[in-house]
Design a protein around this ligand. Structure first.
Ligand code: PLP
Length: 396
């Protein structure tokens, strides 16, 4: 595997040089004021990224999965009921975690490739007159299928049912790449990690926590120690951590959020949208389809490409890695053999994306998948090129 090529997996993503350098720093005393100089701006700036003014930011040395665990264990008690849709590998894994914590999960089975059925959520919540459901889980961007669900619609469903459950949203593969509105959507627990939109190595679990979620902490009976929000907030108030923080990663995250805010969040989202749209045009030119069932669900961070019947999607990713030293995502779970995934998030340009599309084409042709070399690249070039009709239309 070449270290020179960009990766096109949907996380971890390519790390910009300035962020790598920021992560690589000498040891400091994490109980000194120097630590506060790194940490205080990270928390303030993360609020801007999550679009919250009233929420708290809590960061654990863990991967995104740790932020899932912190969200449920700080707000729920054994036997509590939660509502979740299963429409891919990541929503499945969150459900599995809830079950292993002794929560009762009401699962809305949803075809992989579809989004969260907000109307079904509304029916279930409206029928839950006794408010037994304590939390509603939503995976904003299902990374296994390349499906972005409408979190505003989930909130509207909860409001229409006048249901007081907490809204927990997995934004691991959406935050910092696609619009995420913690306050507008009334998200109580926003969960993300460092290695996707933040262009960082894995190692930081980020939770945005609403005041309502904080008010559930003392009553929540699920056990937690490492992930206890209360220890974290007490330590933050004193300018530190309840244990040793990952200082280098936090320094890198500081650089990352500054880069995102300097580029401008809306510009970051536009860049992701344009790169993703080029990928979608390439897929159409190949005569193939995304796993996402319709355009309203298309993710701007990852596309799962459905290969023709008789071919193995994951083999495309394996072959690209072995033959060309370039990383794409294999298929996961129910769609393991049906798709390969193109990650298009984080530190990427259109020119980098063209290199990824060209290798995807070569890999498919090598495996006998009937696509024409250059066809997808040409379609993306036509969309990306300066002054193209597509660009002019977008500007109007
Ligand atoms: C990557 C991902 C996770 C898991 O995060 P880890 O950092 O690997 O623990 C959870 N949810 C979604 C949607 C993801 O894409």
């Amino acid at each position: 595997m070449s270290f020179q090529n960009p990766v096109f997996i949907p996380g971890p993503t390519n790390i910009p040089e300035v962020i790598r350098k920021a992560c690589d720093m000498p040891t400091i005393d994490h109980r000194s004021s120097v630590f506060g100089e790194i940490f205080a701006p990270v928390r303030e700036n993360l609020k801007k990224v999550l679009k919250t003014t009233s929420g708290e930011i809590i960061i654990f040395p863990a991967s995104g999965t740790g932020a899932w665990e912190a969200s449920i264990s700080n707000t729920l008690s054994p036997g509590d009921k939660v509502l979740a849709a299963r429409n891919g590998m990541f929503s499945h894994r969150w459900i599995d975690m809830c079950q292993r914590h002794g929560l009762e999960v009401q699962i809305v089975e949803t075809p992989w490739g579809e989004g969260i059925p907000a109307n079904k959520y509304q029916e279930i919540l409206a029928a839950d007159k006794g408010h037994e459901i304590k939390a509603v889980l939503a995976t904003h961007n299902e990374t296994a299928t390349g499906v972005r669900s409408d979190i505003g619609a989930v909130r509207a469903a909860m409001d229409a049912a006048k249901h007081p459950a907490l809204l927990m949203v997995d934004g691991v593969s959406s935050v910092a790449s696609m619009d995420f509105r913690m306050d507008d959507w009334g998200v109580d627990l926003a969960v993300t990690g460092s290695q996707k939109g933040f262009m960082m190595p894995a190692g930081l679990a980020i939770c945005g926590v609403s005041q309502k979620a904080l008010s559930h902490m003392d009553a929540a009976k699920l056990p937690r120690t490492f992930f206890d929000f209360r220890d974290m907030l007490n330590a933050y108030a004193a300018g530190g951590y309840p244990y040793t923080p990952a200082v280098g990663l936090l320094n890198g995250l500081n650089t990352s959020v500054n880069m995102l805010l300097d580029e401008g969040l809306e510009a970051v989202f536009d860049r992701h949208h344009r790169i993703a749209e080029g990928v979608r045009r390439a897929i159409a030119a190949w005569g193939l389809k995304p796993c996402a069932a319709n355009p309203s669900l298309y993710s701007d961070t990852v596309t799962a490409v459905v290969v023709p019947e008789g071919f193995n999607g994951s083999a495309v990713a394996t072959h690209a890695a072995e033959a060309y030293g370039m990383a794409f995502g294999v298929g996961l779970g129910e769609v393991a053999t049906k798709v390969f995934r193109i990650g298009h998030l984080g530190s990427l340009t259109e020119a980098m994306m063209l290199s990824g599309l060209s290798v995807a084409e070569m890999s498919m042709v090598d495996l006998g998948i009937p696509v024409k070399l250059g066809s997808g690249v040409a379609a993306a070039q036509e969309y990306y090129r300066v002054g193209s009709a597509a660009m002019q239309a977008a500007a109007e």
